[in-house]
Design a protein around this ligand. Structure first.
Ligand code: NAD
Length: 346
């Protein structure tokens, strides 16, 4: 499909290809929708097999950011940037170039951190543009988003277990957490505090050791998805809910922090057909973007406001589960329709 047809099909506003003459930096920025405010989304550095793959990725990710930001009630639209790897050898020069490109968009795009970037890169962007967020707390920014993401997943899980008929609260319930990284460990901490039984796995040993210390029972990474539990919490990688894995799940609900948990749209129906309640990932894992977006709030970053918005994820999910029950449509479809309605001002 031709590029303009592609951006029309996904209802994008803008797709910007840039090559920086001095550093050789090559980037594609997709601005999906700015109806609710500037497009907020990360800069992903990745080596793609082809330019077409990079375009696919940036279009998909920017649309997802519009949906995530809308459902989180933020005054931001959705956008995303990809830097086609490898990053030029002079990292600082590359990020200064990237910052100038972002600045050229005059606030239509607000950049933040994604795969391949570090907090320090945001500070470099900020040397040339104010339209980049996610600096450390010491540098006057919003700091690590992960604890906020973990809290959002925890409160969202409470709504999910209620919708699955598992009662009120996490006490006595069992949860399998895939991935003991920044989000997974934060979630495990909340779950243990709330009296849940946690089974956890990671492909890396460091996270596993920390999870064990928090009180989780550890299983092999290849056993976690099929663990017999009340809730499965994918907190590692995307695509884990697919045609092959869904028939093997032994949980009543899925509520986790990972992005793009469903391999395809059809997987939402596959979960529903098995009676497994699915918390749409872009709704439940919005705590991080709620935190980072607050840097641009009038009057500056407020931890109290962030916490309030993160806690609201529980109510948003409760509404999505309610609509899903009434309409007999899967929860992922309901969440997308809700986001699209919000983008159109409804
Ligand atoms: P992280 O890199 O800190 O942790 C991910 C962990 O998953 C690592 O410990 C890794 O070893 C483990 N892992 C990878 N493959 C695995 C597998 N097959 N089985 C078990 N463990 C595996 O990342 P994070 O910041 O905790 O993010 C986790 C997920 O949540 C990602 O999908 C990320 O995109 C998403 N997410 C994170 C945030 C945030 O604020 N950090 C916000 C929104 C979404």
């Amino acid at each position: 499909m031709a590029i303009l047809e592609r951006i029309q099909a996904s209802d994008h506003e803008q797709l910007l290809f840039t090559r920086d003459r001095d550093t050789g930096l090559r980037t594609i920025i997709a601005i999906h929708d700015t109806t609710r405010g500037p497009g907020l989304g990360g800069i992903r550095i990745r080596e793609y097999d082809s330019e077409a793959d990079a375009v696919d990725d940036v279009l998909r990710l920017s649309q997802a950011m519009s949906y995530k930001n809308a459902c989180a009630g933020l005054a931001f639209g959705g956008a995303k940037a990809v830097i086609l790897g490898p990053l030029p050898a002079d990292r600082r020069a590359a990020f200064l170039a990237m910052g100038r490109i972002v600045e050229g968009l005059a606030g239509r795009y607000v950049a933040t951190e994604d795969m391949g970037m570090a907090e320090a890169d945001i500070a470099v962007l900020n040397e040339v543009t104010e339209f980049a967020v996610g600096r450390s707390r010491e540098a006057g920014g919003s700091g690590d988003p992960s604890p906020h993401t973990a809290l959002g997943v925890f409160v969202g899980m409470r709504a999910t277990v209620r919708a699955a008929g598992l009662g009120d609260g996490m006490r006595g319930l069992s949860v399998a957490v895939q991935g003991c990284g920044k989000v997974g460990l934060g979630l495990i901490g909340h779950l243990i505090d709330a009296g849940a039984r946690v089974i956890a796995a990671d492909t890396d040993t460091d996270g596993v050791a920390e999870a064990r210390e928090l009180g989780a029972e550890i299983v092999n990474a290849d056993q976690i998805l099929a663990a017999e539990v009340d809730v499965l919490a994918p907190c590692a990688i995307g695509g884990v809910l697919n045609e092959a894995t869904i028939p093997t799940l032994r949980c009543r609900a899925v509520a986790g922090g990972a992005n793009n948990q469903l391999a395809t749209e059809a997987d939402a129906d596959r979960l529903a057909a098995r009676g497994i309640v699915y918390a749409p990932d872009f709704v439940i894992n919005a705590g991080g973007v709620i935190n980072v977006g607050d840097e641009l709030a009038p009057g500056g970053y407020s931890p109290e406001r962030v916490r309030g918005r993160v806690m609201d994820i529980e109510q948003t999910l409760a509404e999505i589960f309610g609509e899903s029950r009434e309409s007999r449509q899967n929860t992922a479809g309901i969440a997308v329709a809700r986001a699209q309605g919000l983008l159109r001002g409804r």
